[in-house]
Design a protein around this ligand. Structure first.
Ligand code: HEM
Ligand code: HEM
Length: 190
């Protein structure tokens, strides 16, 4: 390990991580709530419409946040791995993190293109999301299908990711969670 490199994520990286977590958690609650109310129970009231508008708006905010996060990540890099990790741990952790980043782009982009093609761009009856493609209902069906299934894969990876973080902290008792949680370790980067 290079002793000059920090062992925790920078303050900026931690902010990006925990804001993404907060927004994506709300987004999943809205997405699954919409699925139950609209697709399963066929309830199309003010609450369902508000959930759709909030989901579309928050999804676009997440897309911008994740693009900014990726630019920051590619420019600033990440701290060296926790020293006790085995080589296969490092490979699995890299693969999972980059798969999560990929899906954090694919899922909202597919959602955005799905509502352009449908078209269902209206948000709260106040404004429309930007559109770059013309409506096409048939194509919208499979783009929204891709959105939904990619969201389920993302949910599965995030369950694994959170499980791994808790496993490292409570069972393996190493410093992995401390890399992302400021109050578990002194900050060593501005
Ligand atoms: C990271 C961001 C996002 C996540 C995690 C997410 C997640 C979800 C989930 C879990 C569902 C329910 C799945 C289902 O209906 O089978 C859903 C549905 C939906 N999402 Fe998203 N979403 C995101 C971003 C977006 C964006 C940016 C838009 C549009 C601007 C959008 C539009 C929709 C629409 C229209 C549906 C209903 C699809 C249907 O009923 O076929 N989502 N989303
Ligand atoms: C929506 C939920 C979440 C998303 C999208 C997410 C995403 C990510 C991503 C992409 C990374 C890689 C950071 C990088 O190297 O650039 C990461 C790292 C990390 N996350 Fe999460 N995360 C989520 C929730 C959580 C939760 C709830 C925990 C704790 C229980 C957690 C703990 C960690 C830790 C400890 C790392 C650093 C791993 C290491 O490299 O040592 N994450 N997360």
């Amino acid at each position: 390990m290079n002793m000059n490199r920090p062992t925790t994520y920078s303050t900026g990286a931690r902010h990006f991580h925990w804001w993404t977590f907060a927004f994506v958690a709300v987004q999943f609650v809205l997405g699954f709530g919409m699925l139950v109310r609209a697709n399963w129970l066929n309830i199309w009231d003010v609450l369902t419409n508000t959930m759709y508008s909030t989901h579309k708006l928050l999804g676009m905010i997440i897309l911008v946040l994740v693009i900014a996060r990726l630019v920051y990540r590619l420019r600033r890099g990440a701290p060296d791995h926790e020293p006790s990790l085995e080589p296969w741990h490092k490979v699995v952790s890299h693969l999972t993190h980059w798969a999560i980043y990929g899906l954090l782009i694919l899922v909202p982009v597919a959602g955005w293109f799905g509502v352009q093609l449908y078209p269902a761009l209206d948000v709260f009856g106040l404004f429309s999301l930007p559109a770059v493609v013309a409506p096409n209902k048939d194509t919208s069906r499979w783009v929204l299908w891709l959105h939904s299934y990619a969201a389920f894969v993302l949910a599965g990876l995030l369950v694994m990711h959170v499980g791994a973080a808790l496993f490292h902290h409570f069972i393996r008792k190493d410093g992995v969670l401390a890399r992302m949680v400021p109050w578990l370790t002194p900050r060593d980067r501005p």
